[in-house]
Ligand binder design. Structure first.
Ligand SMILES: Nc1ncnc2c1ncn2[C@@H]1O[C@H](COP(=O)(O)OP(=O)(O)O)[C@@H](O)[C@H]1O
Ligand SMILES: [Mg+2]
Length: 385
């Protein structure tokens, strides 16, 4: 199996996005400033696209400052420091602003209130750094996983939005819809008002999904059983790659000529773990509700789920909102549809036996009350035994 993460391998199914990036890069290369908010579900390929951006910028001789947020426990300004003060900046090039900042950050207490003046100075220095950086020529500020950023970086990013796009810079912020954070909303709203482009990175379509699988396996074609499993990934590239890795690790792949097929059921338990890992970042409450929903099938009416869960419909929506933001389900009127059947199956499989039976019994009751056809009700009753 080849490594799909290698930056030298071409992206599958992202022609439009790559064209957008080229256009934005050339606009900053000729003096403009542009901001892009790149959002998409976990594993959809944000990092891969930023890598492609780095490659394209490299070809144009545009420097990229890349920072990645690492989540809770990060130091104040960790994200911006990673992008702007990292070792890649080169000690020799350290101007007085960077030197002062580096020294200041070393003595910042973790609480903003404990040293308001020092924090204000750090804000000022970071702001000066990013605003003046463009004087040396066009550049890219790529901030990855901003949804996990430290509060100080978010605070400053929100503040910077007030002046509009950074001069001579392509600023790219990547994020997922969950976990939801108010501070992040402020940043996104601020940059939206400042004219930022919103780019939603969508899952791959069926053709690109197969292409990714073929490339990864170096196959000319994929057998029907493996195709069937790949169809449950909803076009999420990470799920595609993980499914293929799992198949390979479990030894179920068979090759005949250029055709690769998955044979047998020996990998299904491991496959469930892949689906489950994909949603592990969602809170327990959301997972419980999605687990209940998995009993109703690949798509379900929210009112039926509410009856099944014994909660008001509004409460269900409140919880499911996170599943929607994470791209695990999507809405079609009053119905929700699981985006990846792999995930739904995994959620269903993680239910305890007793619990699953009880949920099917409640589903039968709720669906009968809602006027569902008798065979649907009967199928639930069958599974409730
Ligand atoms: N368009 C693509 N073509 C080929 N491989 C991709 C593509 N998008 C993502 N991948 C692969 O899928 C996996 C997840 O992508 P990644 O960029 O890390 O997702 P994200 O940052 O959105 O969570 C990686 O192995 C990556 O190489
Ligand atoms: Mg990523």
């Amino acid at each position: 199996m080849t490594e799909p993460t290698s930056p030298t391998r071409p992206l599958v199914g992202r022609t439009a996005e790559l064209d957008d990036i080229d256009e934005l890069l050339s606009s900053v290369a000729t003096g403009g400033g542009a901001t892009v908010i790149l959002e998409g579900e976990a594993g959809v390929g944000r990092t891969r696209l930023v890598e492609a951006l780095q490659g394209a910028a490299g070809l144009l001789g545009v420097e990229v400052c890349l920072g990645r947020a690492v989540g809770p426990g990060a130091a104040p300004y960790a994200l911006l420091s990673d992008a702007l003060l990292g070792p890649a900046r080169g000690r020799d090039a350290r101007g007085p602003v960077v030197a002062e900042l580096a020294a200041l950050l070393e003595v910042l207490p973790p609480e903003r209130t404990a040293a308001a003046a020092r924090y204000a100075r750090a804000d000022e220095l970071f702001a000066a750094l990013v605003r003046r950086r463009g004087e040396q020529g066009p550049w890219v500020l790529a901030l990855e996983d901003v949804h996990l950023a430290d509060a100080c970086s978010l605070h400053l990013l929100a503040h910077l939005a007030g002046d509009g796009a950074l001069p001579h810079a392509l600023t790219v912020m990547t994020m997922r819809g969950v976990p939801h954070r108010d501070e992040l909303d402020v940043v996104v709203a601020g940059w939206t008002r400042a004219g930022a482009r919103y780019l939603e990175l969508r899952p791959l379509g069926p053709v690109a999904t197969l292409e990714l699988a073929q490339r990864t396996l170096r196959a000319t074609s994929i057998g029907p059983a493996l195709r069937g499993v790949l169809a449950t990934t909803g076009g999420n590239p990470r799920l595609v790659v993980d499914v293929l890795r799992t198949a390979e690790a479990c030894g179920v792949l068979e090759r005949s000529g250029g055709v690769v097929e998955a044979v047998g059921t020996g990998w299904l338990d491991e496959l469930e773990k892949v689906g489950r890992a994909h949603v592990d970042h969602l809170g327990e409450r959301v997972l419980t509700m999605l687990g209940q929903a998995s009993v109703l099938g690949g798509s379900f009416v929210v009112g039926d789920l509410a009856a099944l869960a014994g909660e008001p419909v509004t409460e269900c929506w409140r919880t499911l909102r996170h599943g929607l933001a994470a791209g695990v389900v999507h809405a079609r009127g009053d119905r929700l549809v699981f985006r990846h059947d792999l995930v739904r199956t995994a959620l269903y499989a993680s239910l305890e036996e007793d619990q699953r039976r009880a949920l099917h019994a409640r589903a039968a009751w709720a669906l009968r009350a809602a006027g569902a056809p008798s065979h649907v009700v009967a199928a639930h009753l069958e599974r409730a035994r």
